[in-house]
Every structure is written in structure tokens, then in C-alpha cells.
Design a protein around this ligand. Structure first.
Ligand code: SF4
Length: 137
């Protein structure tokens, strides 16, 4: 919801009223009010990585949480996808998103945590290490 830096909502949240307060209460945002619908074949870990990569590419470089955080975010999500200390990577992603959300100077760095954290929160099965994910498929 709300563009590339909006939050991903699972089916259970589809009845959220379309207003700023209701979305904020569910850790989402309306943004430019665009809606993109994915089917269940989407890989939410890849979508989270896309958000971090988008931020790294678009970052103006003025503040550290966005400039460095987005690049570190891509690296951490790649380690997670490759099954390298998954619990540790999730801890780092959560910490990184907190820092980016509250420490960035503008909405690019500040909003990137929305797609990342909503993907992790609502679709945790896609954040399992690759060998485990493949075995489960
Ligand atoms: S959050 Fe905004 S000001 Fe900070 S580096 Fe990113 S684009 Fe620049």
C-alpha cells in the first residue's frame, strides 16, 4: 500500500479503513494511495531486499542511517537468504530498520523500514534460510 516504500498488508488486514490513522495503527502508511496486489507466489524476502536496494540507489547520501543502512540492509538480507546465522540477521534487520526509521532525515530512509518490517512481520515463512525454504516447497 502507498508505493514502493509502503507496508505490505496480508489478507487479514484487507479490511483496514483507508485513512491515515487506521493505517498508522497497523504500521502502514497511505503514501500516494497506490495499491499493488501480489499473489502467493511472491517472495517477500526478495521484496524486502528490493526496498533496501531501492533506498541505496535513490539515497542522496546526506545522512548515515539511509546512506549506509540501506547498503548494509541489502547485505544482511542476502546473508539471511543464504542461511548464514538467520536469527542474528533478523536481529540486525530489526535494529537497522529502527535506526533508519527514527534517524533518517527524510522519508526515503525513514519509510524504507515499512516494506521491510511488514514483510518480515506478516510473512515470516519467506525469511527462513534458503535450504529450509526449498525443502518446504
Ligand atoms: S534519508 Fe533522505 S536525506 Fe538522508 S540520505 Fe536518504 S535521501 Fe538523503
Amino acid at each position: 500500500m502507498g508505493g514502493p516504500l509502503g507496508a505490505y498488508f496480508p489478507r487479514a488486514l484487507f479490511d483496514t479503513p483507508f485513512d491515515y490513522e487506521a493505517f498508522a495503527a497497523k504500521d502502514g502508511l497511505i503514501g500516494h494511495a497506490g495499491i499493488v496486489v501480489f499473489d502467493d507466489t511472491v517472495d517477500m524476502l526478495k521484496q524486502a531486499r528490493f526496498a533496501m536496494e531501492f533506498c541505496a540507489v535513490e539515497s542522496c547520501g546526506k545522512c548515515t542511517p539511509c546512506r549506509i543502512g540501506s547498503t548494509r540492509g541489502v547485505e544482511v538480507l542476502d546473508r539471511l537468504a543464504n542461511g548464514i546465522e538467520p536469527a542474528r540477521q533478523i536481529e540486525i534487520v530489526e535494529d537497522l530498520c529502527e535506526t533508519m526509521k527514527f534517524g533518517s532525515l527524510c522519508a526515503l530512509g525513514g519509510f524504507t523500514p515499512y516494506p521491510v518490517m511488514s514483510a518480515l512481520t506478516h510473512f515470516p515463512e519467506d525469511f527462513r534460510p534458503q535450504p529450509v525454504r526449498q525443502a518446504a516447497e
